[in-house]
Design a protein around this ligand. Sequence first.
Ligand code: SF4
Length: 83
Amino acid sequence: MVCKIFFAAVSVGLGVPQSARAQRNPDLRAATRYRDQSSGKRHCSTCVNFLPGGPNPGLGRCKVIERDDEIDPNGVCGLWSDT
Ligand code: SF4
């Protein structure tokens, strides 16, 4: 009985650390030319579309790149827009 409960919990993700459930959206990353590092003044943390927070400390999300919670505040894409 205990084994059945354990495997049921693992199968729905209860045994998986929060960071392991983080996801990326490679299609939208490629379409927007997203990269994790910016060399200029433009970066995600200064973009109107950036949403800080999420399952990974230090990372965030983006209003444009949906279903992706590993957006780096130091990253940038071709759709950067001033706040
Ligand atoms: S639109 Fe681009 S620059 Fe702005 S937060 Fe999203 S990924 Fe970063």
